[in-house]
Write a protein that binds this ligand. Structure first.
Ligand code: NOJ
Length: 517
């Protein structure tokens, strides 16, 4: 690729394959790499550019693969290294790029480094690879709380405590230790050399902790704040290094898993850092044209200041399903809004089917959040229920091979087959059909200029990119589109008899009927 060519990842649609819930090829109730290979046609039919695979490494399975025991080996329950190579080969043969996931902030408590740290005792050099500190007054070294609930410190039982911002099974690595830096660099190179086209960097903002683990300031975070473990300036040294490793291989990219408003993500988009950072507040923005317009403009402006474009998440495995957050029509309306903007869109597996969040019985919950919060936070399992491929129930609606008796790792609710790929493929009014049509129509926006915001009535957001106008209607009633254009390129829902777009809905129209504002 030359410097002048548009990099493939800049406006890519990246489909997030949540591996454990995508497709189970061997009937053990958990999705696996072969299952992904078997269903690559679904991704090409849909028309996405790339897939992102959540961690498939050897894991303690305390946090669905984000507690890694061996960062460069495949969990036998999910497949083999040969399966990874085959997946890369078959995806590439279909023109799909593949994005991996690097978990650099912590390891599993069963990682050999942590086993050595546990055994070693106070002062042992193995403890220096983690955040380990002596207790204070018989309690933890500081008052930090885990993001999954409960204290963020766990005693070793010998006077020392270790930090875990996530589960107790996920001790935080100390990034000032050279072994930590060297090992993650080896991991990054390992997967890039195998052929991954991009890498997501998990918990990107957590890699540095303030010395002495000082108290967390009360109240909302503010620009310029000094949070003791989130988005500290020191993390950027590591991100620059990741970016340099990626730059060794042309055409690859990295995306930082950032959380928060545009000002939090902006420093991660400086020209010598990773190419993308998630515009995560988008998923928490209400279905309201003014609120969405403001969030979108903030992220676009922040990225543009560094010559970048945002990475727009529509949903993921950590948040409530889009169809429940915004309603089924709202989820599609927001998706078409994001797809019309400059930048990459991340579509979470199952959101093309408008799958709802599932109420899971207490006894079946697997997310560590449930246990750590003392049963007050149900956690993220409701967004992780295995996908329904077939209308019929056999093999958990085609998630597992027919005849499989093993239950899926999270139970599917009654009626799940009605949402299935097979059921929706046959229905031109389905969510799947709307997403597929929008992805095909998106070609009209390739290389389109930046948005020009257009005057619009209350509850409506409208912008033009070249000769395409995108209109989001979150207002009270149906909206006539002929103000902006007549030729409808895509819409999130069927227009009414008068050619009007109901709310919530998004349509892309070809500009040029003469009555454009
Ligand atoms: C972010 C991941 O998306 C989430 O699933 C995980 O629990 C945490 N990072 C910790 O790795």
């Amino acid at each position: 690729m030359t410097d002048t060519a548009t990099p493939w990842w800049r406006d890519a649609v990246v489909y997030q394959v949540y591996l454990r819930s995508f497709a189970d090829s061997d009937g053990d109730g958990t999705g696996d790499l072969r299952g992904v290979i078997d269903h690559l046609d679904h991704l090409t039919d849909l028309g996405v550019d790339a897939l992102w695979l959540n961690p498939f490494y050897v894991s303690g399975e305390a946090d669905a693969g984000y507690d890694v025991i061996d960062h460069r080996a495949v969990d036998p329950a999910l497949g083999t290294l040969d399966d990874v190579d085959e997946l890369l080969r078959q995806a590439h043969a279909r023109g799909l790029r593949v994005v991996g996931d690097i978990v650099a902030n912590h390891t599993s408590a069963h990682h050999p480094w942590f086993a050595a740290a546990r055994r070693g005792g106070p002062g042992h050099p193995a403890r220096a690879r983690y955040h380990v500190a002596p207790g204070r007054d018989g309690g933890p070294p500081s008052d930090w709380q885990s993001l999954f609930g409960g204290p963020a410190w766990e005693p070793f039982g010998d006077g020392d405590w270790y930090l875990h911002l996530f589960d107790v099974e996920q001790p935080d690595l100390d990034w000032s230790h050279p072994d930590v830096v060297a090992d993650v660099e080896r991991t990054v190179r390992f997967w890039l050399d195998r052929g991954f086209d991009g890498l997501r960097f998990d918990a990107a903002g957590a890699l540095a902790k303030a010395p002495g683990y000082p108290p967390i300031p009360a109240g909302e975070r503010q620009p310029g704040d000094d949070h003791p473990f989130s988005d500290r300036p020191e993390v950027h040294r590591h991100h620059r290094r990741f970016a340099a490793l990626i730059a060794e291989r042309p055409g690859r990219f990295g995306v930082a898993e950032t959380w928060g408003p545009a000002w939090v993500g902006e420093p991660y988009l400086r020209p010598d850092e990773l190419q993308q950072a998630f515009a995560m507040d988008l998923v928490f923005t209400p279905l309201d044209a003014a609120a969405l317009g403001e969030a979108v403009r903030d992220y676009l402006a922040a990225a543009a200041r560094h010559g970048r474009r945002p990475a727009w998440p529509h949903g993921n495995h950590d948040v409530t399903r889009a169809a429940t957050r915004w309603g089924p029509d709202g989820a599609l309306a927001v998706l078409l809004l994001l797809l019309a903007l400059p930048g990459a869109t991340y579509l979470y597996a199952g959101d093309e089917l408008a799958l709802p969040e599932v109420e899971i019985a207490d006894a079946d919950l697997r997310d560590p959040t449930w246990r750590r919060s003392g049963g007050t936070e149900r956690g993220r399992d409701g967004a992780r229920v295995p996908l329904p491929w077939t209308h019929t129930a056999a093999g958990q609606h085609g998630f597992s091979p027919a005849g499989t008796s093993a239950p899926s790792w999270l139970p599917q609710p009654p009626g799940w087959g009605a949402h299935s790929v097979a059921a929706q493929r046959a229905d031109p009014r389905s969510a799947l059909s709307a997403v597929r049509s929008a992805l095909a129509a998106r070609a009209a926006l390739r290389d389109a200029p930046n948005p020009v915001w257009l005057p619009a009535p209350e509850g409506v957001l409208a912008f033009r990119r070249g000769d395409v106008v995108c209109v989001l209607n979150t207002g009270a009633g149906p909206l006539a589109l002929n103000t902006w254009g007549s030729d409808v390129l895509a819409s999130s829902r069927t227009l009414d008899g008068g050619g009007r777009l109901a709310a919530p809905g998004t349509a892309w129209v070809r500009h040029g009927t003469g009555s454009v504002p």
